[in-house]
Design a protein around this ligand. Structure first.
Ligand code: C2E
Ligand code: MG
Ligand code: MG
Length: 720
């Protein structure tokens, strides 16, 4: 592309010379326009398209430096070269001072000096324009970003602030120019309120390295306000790689910080009462243990449970229950000292750490105060509510050396308090501690059993009481570990439930039972379905159903061969979620039985809510079957089962007399030592294979006990 040159001169001779030099006639690299007056040049420049001007300062309508100034003002971005007579060099130099790019005298009208000069100044103008554009772009970018940016020179004096930095510091670019960084970027530690020992900007300058701010840095703004900030300082280098200053980039983290703090608070506090939760309490107990160890002192832990709180929830609704819990929380806080911790464990349970308890008496005094304080009516939604509580107390180090043990000890003592009647407190006793130790031993051995394949399942057949056929089999867990042989499985299960081990244990049981069922199916062993006991804790585990599905898939067992025995507590706790879980299991094709039926509080209306298949009458009713009340209960359960189209099975049939009564009461199925104790899988396969079952003669021989009379309206009468 050709460069366009404007020659502004009244001197024809000079113009002629310049045209020759610029090779105009031969159509060279320049387009040249010639004008003689400043006024016409100014008009011409309004239309763009001129790349450089050669100017004679002596024009018919203007003279001297003014000529330059006017022309320059009308076209500040077009480079101007002054034509100068040898004796006018001083004025030409002045023009250069005012912004002209160069001057040419007659002496320069030789060779290619003139085109070369023009080429150079046009090129450098283009470079300057590019540079200007880049700078503009950078400036716009810096002002558009949310991060604040401050630049300093080598001495740490400010020479740049972007808009975000102006807003955050409260200083303008102009005010801050030349100020030392620490005056504008005033930072302190949030907690100590001290400025950092070494300002990160000076460190970046000194060490020529990027330096971060400490995370708890606060910026003190010009108007006295404060902002939590985060970020870093970096050295700035010139193109020789030499450090010329520093840049600090930072942003406001106040909101993010308050969100983090909120999250941290939520993680450690109960959402309803805002009291510390279990996590924070455990932490405080650990601190108390450390302190007590150092100072050789003791402290107490109070486990508090509200008496009959469930009634309030059930009768007045959860909203009222929640308000009552809040009111209790407030009272508890007022009953203890600042150094103590009142926490809510969930539900209606509170744990109170009395951090500096000189003696057990201190704990008694606190417990008395709490009992009295809670006893006053709580005014909630226009009514006075009365509530009492039971408190269990454990003392460190006597009742436990760690948080878990101390909580368990206090929990056991709380149960003792409940047993003694509501509204009192009890200390943890030596017996409780012995029990706690025994539980710990059991827990350790159970864990070992699980990890070292020392668990087995025994199987107890379920029999049709009319024809003696095997209708099902119940899988019962045993540990082969010597230390656990003499401990009742029920007790093992209770310990496993308390320590959470029941979840992996239960998973193992279901898997093992499914594998066994699949093996029996393959070998032609008749077993009906295999029943597995499921504790309430397993049942409400997040992955319970997906684990069962995975087990059925892995073992290739059809769901109809699996039955789950749940207790009434599963039905009573969390009715809605239990119902939907049970429906899901039922839809899979799994059978559902209520175990130990009659020991809980299930009512008929409750049972109707759930998709059940079987009711298992608890063995306590069977063992007392000869008493009229238990006979009536069994009879009621049998007819209730019939009404609800549920199978009814009696557990714990030990004697012919039990069998006779149950047959007379029309109970369909049974299970008990009279037929078979729990036996190994192989023994069960053999038993199932024998044509003549050992119990067949018992079933056929049984005669209705003379005592039982069943009237037409199904009323059972027991004659004495
Ligand atoms: P359960 O589910 O009611 O099991 C029946 C219990 O009664 C078994 O006790 C069985 O051995 C016992 N039993 C059977 N026939 C008779 C009898 O004629 N007379 C008497 N007195 N008892 C009889 P076991 O095996 O000691 O289990 C006790 C409890 O432990 C079970 O009661 C069940 O609640 C729990 N349990 C056992 N295995 C598991 C398991 O794998 N998971 C879960 N969650 N609980 C289990
Ligand atoms: Mg059972
Ligand atoms: Mg049972």
């Amino acid at each position: 592309m050709h460069n366009s040159i404007l020659i502004l001169s009244d001197d024809k001779h000079d113009t002629e010379n310049l045209l020759n030099l610029l090779d105009q006639k031969e159509g060279g690299e320049f387009n040249v326009e010639c004008l003689t007056k400043l006024s016409s040049a100014i008009v011409r420049l309004k239309n763009h398209g001129i790349d450089a001007i050669i100017l004679d300062l002596l024009l018919p309508d203007s003279y001297g430096i003014e000529t330059f100034d006017q022309l320059f003002a009308s076209a500040p971005h077009i480079p101007i070269v002054i034509l100068s007579e040898t004796d006018e060099e001083a004025i030409a130099k002045k023009a250069v001072e005012h912004g002209a790019k160069a001057y040419l005298s007659q002496g320069h009208f030789i060779g290619n000096i003139v085109p070369l000069t023009l080429r150079n100044i046009i090129q450098s103008k283009k470079t300057e324009a590019n540079f200007y554009q880049e700078k503009e772009r950078a400036e716009i970018a810096l002002n558009s970003i949310g991060d604040a940016v401050i630049c300093t020179n080598l001495l740490g004096q400010i020479n740049y602030l972007n808009i975000a930095a102006e807003k955050m510091t409260g200083w303008t670019k102009e005010e801050s120019n030349g100020q030392p960084i620490e005056k504008v970027f005033k930072i302190v530690n949030r907690t100590t309120r001290q400025p950092p020992e070494h300002n990160p900007v000076y460190l970046a300058l000194e060490q020529d390295q990027v330096k971060g701010l400490r995370p708890d840095t606060v910026l003190l703004c010009k108007d006295g306000s404060e902002v939590s900030i985060e970020d870093s300082s970096s050295p700035i280098h010139n193109w020789d790689g030499k450090i010329t200053g520093a840049v600090v980039v930072f942003h406001d983290v106040t909101e993010a910080l308050s969100m983090t703090m909120k999250m941290a608070h939520l993680a450690q506090h109960d959402f309803l009462t805002n009291l510390p939760n279990r996590v924070l309490l455990n932490d405080r107990v650990s601190q108390a243990i450390n302190h007590s160890e150092r100072s050789n002192s003791q402290f107490a832990l109070l486990f508090l449970d509200l008496d009959n709180f469930k009634n309030i929830n059930d009768l007045l609704g959860h909203a009222v229950g929640d308000e009552l819990l809040k009111s209790v929380a407030e009272r508890l806080i007022h009953c203890v000292r600042k150094c103590d911790t009142v926490s809510r464990q969930g539900g209606d349970e509170f744990l109170i750490l009395l951090a500096e308890c000189v003696s057990g008496d201190d704990a008694s005094i606190a417990a008395d105060k709490i009992l009295a304080e809670l006893n006053h009516p709580h005014f909630i939604t226009d009514r006075n509510l009365h509530i009492t509580c039971s408190i269990g107390i454990s003392v460190y180090p006597k009742d436990g050396l760690d948080a878990d043990t101390l909580i368990k000890s206090a929990d056991s003592a709380m149960y003792l308090a409940k047993e003694k009647g509501d509204n009192n407190y009890q200390f943890c006793t030596d017996e409780m501690n012995r029990n706690a130790n025994q539980r710990l031993t059991i827990e350790t051995n159970l864990r070992f059993s699980l990890d070292h394949h020392e668990l087995i399942l025994l199987y107890q057949p379920k029999i049709n009481l009319k024809n003696g056929e095997i209708v099902g089999v119940e899988a019962l867990l045993r540990s082969t570990r010597r230390e656990l042989l003499n401990i009742a499985p029920k007790h093992l299960i209770k310990v496993a439930e308390d320590c959470g081990l029941i979840v992996p244990l239960g998973r193992w049981v279901i898997r093992e039972a499914c594998f066994q069922a699949k093996k029996w199916l393959a070998s032609g062993t008749t077993f009906g379905s295999v029943a597995v006991n499921v504790s309430v804790i397993e049942f409400h585990q997040k992955n319970f159903i997906s684990d069962i599905k995975a087990t059925l898939k892995d073992t290739h067992l059809e769901p109809c061969y699996l039955e789950l025995e749940i207790t009434e507590s599963v039905l009573m706790n969390n009715v809605e979620s239990s119902r939907s879980l049970l429906n899901e299991l039922k839809n899979l094709g799994i059978k559902l039985a209520v175990d130990d039926f009659g020991t809980g509080y299930s009512s008929l209306s409750y049972l109707k809510l759930f998709p059940l298949n079987v009711l298992k009458i608890d063995q306590s009713f069977v063992s007392d079957i000869t008493s009229s009340s238990d006979t009536n209960i069994i009879s009621a359960i049998v007819s209730m089962g019939k009404g609800l189209k549920l199978k009814v099975i009696a557990e714990g049939i030990e004697t012919k007399s039990h069998l006779a009564f149950l047959q007379a009461l029309d109970c369909e199925d049974g299970q008990g030592f009279l037929f078979s104790p729990p036996i190994s899988a192989n023994e069960f396969a053999k038993l199932s294979a024998t044509k003549i079952k050992p119990w067949l003669h018992l079933i056929s021989q049984v005669k209705t006990p003379a005592k039982v009379k069943v009237s037409k309206d199904h009323q059972v009468k027991l004659s004495v």
